[in-house]
Design a protein around this ligand. Structure first.
Ligand code: DQA
Length: 143
């Protein structure tokens, strides 16, 4: 079966590779995404990024009834967005929350997530590998 998995990234993640590289690393998401596509040719992977909260809600609604799973890094909106939490609760596709950095080892405001309780599970602190681990989970749990 050809699974359809969506990766959705929130604000400032378009700057990966040049943004606070000590925390987020030096690899751009486009480069990482290409390597993921090459590694999982049997999966139909779709990537979306927005800096705008409502656009992330729109995309969750769009893919949420059509795709088999969603890997979501809402970035700073994780800690503030009731709307993104509600969108995850509304849709059918399972969501895995991913954070590149260890949000629990940083400022206190990063310890709260509107997303975790609505998600199948969460991965944080494992760098870009977190996206692949989330993909692995979604592929295995559909078998
Ligand atoms: C992040 C962690 C968030 O706290 C932060 O606002 C981000 C990125 C991460 O992937 O580590 O922008 O989601």
């Amino acid at each position: 079966m050809h699974m359809k998995i969506a990766i959705i990234n929130g604000p400032n993640l378009n700057l990966l590779g040049k943004r606070e590289t000590g925390i987020y690393g030096e690899v751009s998401f486009d480069t990482y995404f290409t390597s993921l596509q090459n590694k999982y040719p049997q999966v139909s992977l779709h990537y979306y990024q927005s800096n705008v909260e409502g656009e992330l809600v729109n995309e969750l609604q769009r893919v949420g009834y059509e795709y088999d799973g969603i890997i979501l890094n809402p970035a700073a909106y994780t800690h503030t967005s009731v709307a993104i939490g509600d969108a995850i609760a509304a849709i059918k596709a399972p969501v895995v929350e991913v954070h590149i950095s260890n949000v629990h080892a940083r400022e206190d405001f990063r310890k709260f997530s509107h997303v975790s309780a609505k998600s199948a599970g969460s991965i944080f602190g494992l760098g870009l590998q977190g996206y692949e681990l989330a993909l692995h989970y979604l592929l295995e749990s559909r078998k």
